[in-house]
Every structure is written in C-alpha cells, then in structure tokens.
Ligand binder design. Structure first.
Ligand code: AMP
Length: 361
C-alpha cells in the first residue's frame, strides 16, 4: 500500500521510516526535491497548491496524510475529492488560525490564556486594556517556532509591536508566567480507538523547542491533559496523531496550541515508548490496532539546531540515539535530534547533561 504525504520534511521522513516495516510505501509532495523525505521515498516536486502535483499524488497513492500544518486547506479539499485524506481537514483549518484554535478550546472547556483578535491599532489598544500587560501579540496564521510574535511589557511597546506585525490578522494573548511547558500526544484510529502518550516536558529557547523530557509524571495533570485531548479528538472525529501544547501555571494546564500531526515533542517515542508516534499515526489512519503508548523508562530528546554535533561522540554515550535529517546547516534550522533513554529519571538526566555537552548552542 502506498501512502501519500504532503510535505517531505523530517516528520515525513520519520513517518516513512516507521511505515517501512509495515510494508507501506510512501510518495511525498514537496517544493524542494532534496527534502529529508527524499532519502526514504520518491518526491513529486511541486507547490502544495499546484493542481497537477496534487492530482498526481492522489492518483498514485491509496491514502493521503500531511506532515505540517501550513498545507493550504484548499489543497487537501482537492485531494479529498478522490482520496481519503487524514487527519480531517477541519482539524487542519482550525490549527492554522490561532483565533479559531483558542475559540474551540474555549467551547470545549479547555482553559486558555485571555485573548482578543486584533485587526487595527485601535483594536490593539483595546485588547491590551482587556488582556492586561504583559502580553504577546501573534499573527493568527503562519507563525511557528516563535516567528510572528511580539512581547509587550509596557504600553509604550504597543506601537513597536504594531509596526512589526500590523497588517496581518493578529491575536493578543495574555503572557502566561508558566512554571513549565508540557505537551500531550494522542492517537485516534478510524475505528475510534484512542490512546494517549505520557505527558512530555518541553524547554524552548527563542520560541524553538530545545529539550523534551518524558514521561513527565504527574497523575493529576496527565488525567486533565487526556480529558482535553479526547475532547478534541472526538470533536473532530479525528484519525491520526494530534498534539496539544500546554503551559503549566500553579498546577493548572493552560492550552497554547494544537497540532494535527506528529510533533517534535514526540520524537522521544521512537526509542522511549513501546510504539512511536510515527507508527501510531500510520496505524491510526489505516484503521489498524493502535500500539502501546507506554514509556520504556525515562527519555530525553535534544534538538540539533543550526549545527550538528559529532556523531561519534553522541553514540559513545550509553543509551544515546542519533538522528540526522540530512539537511544543509543554517542558523535556527532543525537539522536532527538526539535521544537518551535510561531506566531512571536521574540516570536520564545524567545522560542528557552528557549529550548537551556535545550539542553546539
Ligand atoms: P508558539 O509559537 O505559540 O508555540 O510559541 C512559542 C513559545 O513562545 C511557547 O512555547 C512559549 O515558550 C512562548 N509563548 C508563546 N505564547 C506565550 C504566552 N501567551 N505566554 C508565555 N509564553 C508564551
């Protein structure tokens, strides 16, 4: 069976690596022929909204999925006329717009920071008055890894933030003085079976994920996160893997965003869980039984950003695994990641410190 994947980045690459043992073949669509997916499957080179490329992808595969959320909804609508396309397009549409995302969280009883939509300087002044300082102004669409965001600490920052982002549809959010950031990943299959991974704790720098530790053991937060995740999965009649990122403030979860796809904070599941998020995504969209989502011991994942560490040094660390996506180095670019797994949390943290010594900052 051949699965079509819109996007051939590292997430697509890791999906294919997980799917090969299940006798799946992959065909990617990407604008760049030398994307990471090219190492594990053929690529149709074309824009994501190019009708001819989309028709070819639909014609040559039996099922289509996507690996990043800035795929135009119109592209998926086109593909879905002739091919099943999962996760559902509605989940993609909501996740592409921070305002729709937050409104849905609110409707489903999932706590969020205070927020207001902003389309003019006057609205920004009113939103700052309503939300309070400090706050964060973000573009509603096409922001990721901290791009398209301005922090406002005092009223004098309003004009600077507006000059930087004004013109595009915006959302103003209250700044959450969080104790930590966590994410939950879950899978729901076309048969309605649902499984959740343990919470992962995530550290970001400059808006980019640097380190994930999992499992983040907190039974109360785990129950709350699973409740929120299941509400979203059921709301969308979802199939595939879905991720919610939360802030934790004074023991409470506050939802930041949702991703209708496999997620960077789930890379630890490749070696740190019984079944990886990538395999479970494929099982879910194919209607196969889902795999066990339990953690095997304690894992930490470190993103390699801008520069790769020396492979030999990483592999000399016991329990360490090295993933090189094969991308050319560029500042701020995710080039690969490393994962360490240990039987104890303290052992994992020791291995993590060793790994971090080899990862250029
Ligand atoms: P995002 O692109 O929304 O995931 O934001 C990237 C990172 O910026 C988050 O993981 C947080 O570390 C930080 N951030 C975003 N929004 C807020 C907020 N409302 N309050 C505090 N920190 C935030």
């Amino acid at each position: 069976m051949k699965v079509g994947v819109i996007g051939a980045g590292q997430l697509g690459q890791m999906l294919a690596l997980a799917g090969h043992p299940l006798a799946l073949e992959f065909l990617f669509l990407d604008s760049s022929p030398d994307s990471p997916g090219a190492r594990v499957g053929p690529i149709i080179t074309g824009k994501f909204d190019d009708p001819a490329s989309l028709s070819k992808l639909a014609a040559d595969t039996e099922l289509v999925t996507y690996e990043f959320e800035n795929v135009p909804v119109s592209a998926l609508e086109k593909v879905s006329r002739t091919r099943t396309c999962l996760p559902p397009i509605e989940a993609l549409r909501v996740s592409q717009d921070r305002m729709l995302e937050k409104e849905l969280f609110q409707r489903l009883g999932i706590p969020t920071p205070p927020f207001r939509s902003v389309d003019s300087l006057d609205e920004l002044h009113a939103a700052v008055a309503a939300v309070g300082l400090p706050c964060v102004l973000k573009t509603r669409r096409l922001g990721y890894d901290g791009r398209g965001q301005q922090y406002l600490r005092r009223r004098a920052d309003i004009d600077t933030a507006w000059a930087a982002l004004g013109g595009a549809p915006l959302i103003l959010e209250g700044f959450v003085k969080f104790d930590r950031e966590v994410s939950i990943i879950g899978a729901r299959s076309t048969r309605g079976e649902t499984r959740c991974y343990p919470l992962a704790e995530n550290q970001h720098r400059d808006g980019i994920l640097r380190v994930t530790r999992a499992p983040h053991r907190n039974a109360r937060l785990q129950r709350a996160a699973e409740r929120h995740l299941r509400r979203l999965l059921d709301h969308f009649g979802y199939a595939g893997v879905l991720t919610i990122e939360f802030f934790v403030q004074r023991g409470k979860l506050i939802a930041n965003e949702v991703a209708p796809r496999v997620h960077n904070s789930g890379h630890w599941t490749i070696e740190g869980a019984v079944t990886s998020q990538f395999e479970n995504h494929l099982r879910a969209i194919l209607g196969l039984p889902l795999g066990d989502t339990s953690a095997i011991g304690h894992a930490a994942m470190v993103n390699y950003i801008g520069t790769m560490p020396d492979r030999e040094r990483v592999l000399a660390i016991p329990g360490a695994h090295h993933h090189d996506y094969g991308k050319s180095p560029r500042a701020g670019r995710k080039l690969g990641h490393g994962t360490v797994v240990s039987t104890t949390a303290a052992g994992r943290d020791r291995l993590l410190r060793r790994l971090l010594r080899h990862v250029p900052r």
